[in-house]
Design a protein around this ligand. Structure first.
Ligand SMILES: NC(=O)c1ccc[n+]([C@@H]2O[C@H](COP(=O)([O-])OP(=O)(O)OC[C@H]3O[C@@H](n4cnc5c(N)ncnc54)[C@H](O)[C@@H]3O)[C@@H](O)[C@H]2O)c1
Length: 345
């Protein structure tokens, strides 16, 4: 197999596999432990395309991973498997450590021992920068802002792991970079914030864009909903559509040399940034509804703003997001309606 996708039954993994094109489907091996309840839904789509699948827990199965990598010597491993929810990391930090740190070490060690040419692309998170408290935030009517021509956060911000989730993702992120420095492995790190789009089985804890879209559709089609938002709703994130992300992953292994050993912030950028209140306003206008919500406490270490400065990845890969949030949200709403996922929020 040429391509391994760990966590390939998840949101990014399934979309990535399908985006590699039919002629490559027989060269893909999906590795997933199906721990996400909805992973089976994506698996059935992958199976229809005859894409190979192996049920495996990357954090627990060192020897099996070694065997697979020794046998296939894959050209690329897209490492997307992981424990993805901050709330779970607070309840079960050891489980979070296993899913994020041990899983990553198992892959890196197997590559180091048996397949040094393999490219490993790791999906990290903006949470590695902590709550970014050292900036001066100004509260406006619908969002927080930072003055002085702020264009987003670059990779030069210092790392500040707060919460077990940030520690485990951040630790994996640093191991991936260090294996390029110390062992000369072919690794890259992408630090994502809010990816959204079809086949995302979001929950209350992960995938806020989809979750609010589903609330709005449920309100419109079934019954008036009542939901909570954490904090004052003025927190800002930059939205990046899944098609832009799968394009990035495809481009990156084809143009790997320039990217080797680097970490990149990846997001929708300033012009695709929205606060929770702004997303809700957008949905109310679009669907001609009035949503009913109340405010609860801030989430732990919530960033007031995370907007990615995409300058570094643009310089090295010429990648920038193409799908603006209005078009992307249109597609997202259509998918939520057709998949009927709004019935479960
Ligand atoms: N979607 C986003 O907005 C976003 C933002 C920041 C970082 N990321 C990172 O990108 C990656 C993919 O995210 P996603 O949104 O597709 O998540 P997802 O939850 O949809 O997919 C993760 C998949 O990994 C599998 N998995 C979990 N632990 C595993 C293990 N130990 N062994 C094997 N499989 C395991 C799950 O069953 C699931 O299918 C994650 O590592 C996540 O931390 C995503």
């Amino acid at each position: 197999m040429k391509y391994f996708i760990t966590g390939g039954c998840g949101f990014i993994g399934t979309n990535l596999a399908l985006s590699l094109g039919k002629k490559n489907y027989k060269k893909i091996l999906i590795l997933d432990n199906l721990s996400k309840i909805t992973a089976n839904k994506n698996l059935s789509i992958l199976k229809k395309e005859n894409i190979s699948f192996k049920k495996i827990d990357i954090g627990k199965s060192k020897q099996k991973i070694e065997k697979l990598i020794k046998q296939h010597k894959p050209k690329v491993i897209f490492h997307l498997a992981g424990q993805v929810a901050m709330s779970t990391s607070l309840k079960k930090p050891d489980f979070d450590f296993q899913g994020n740190v041990l899983a990553t070490i198992n892959l890196l060690e197997s590559i180091r021992k048996f397949s040094k040419k393999t490219i490993l692309i790791f999906s990290s998170t903006n949470k590695v920068y902590g709550d970014l408290k050292n900036f001066n935030y100004i509260e406006k009517k619908t969002r927080f802002i930072i003055k002085n021509n702020f264009k987003g956060f670059s990779e030069n911000n210092y790392l500040d792991f707060k919460s077990p989730y940030a520690c485990s993702k951040g630790s994996a992120d640093q191991y991936v970079l260090d294996y390029a420095r110390v062992f000369n492995l072919n690794t890259i790190v992408f630090r994502h914030s809010s990816v959204y789009g079809g086949r995302q089985f979001f929950t209350y804890d992960q995938g806020w864009v989809g979750w609010f879209c589903a609330q709005a559709i449920k309100h419109k089609l079934i019954k008036k909903t009542k939901f909570s938002i954490s904090g004052n709703g003025k927190q800002v994130r930059d939205l990046v559509h899944i098609e832009d992300i799968t394009r990035l992953y495809r481009l990156s292994f084809k143009n790997f040399k320039k990217l080797k050993g680097n970490a990149y912030n990846i997001g929708g950028g300033l012009k695709n940034s929205l606060s929770i209140i702004e997303l809700i306003n957008f949905l109310e206008k679009k669907l001609n509804i009035k949503l009913n919500y109340h405010k609860i406490n801030n989430r732990l270490y919530d960033q007031k703003i995370f907007i990615s400065d995409n300058k570094k990845i643009y310089k090295d890969l010429k990648w920038k997001p193409n799908i603006d949030y209005k078009k992307g949200l249109d597609q997202m709403l259509k998918w939520i309606k057709s998949s009927k996922i709004y019935k479960n929020v």
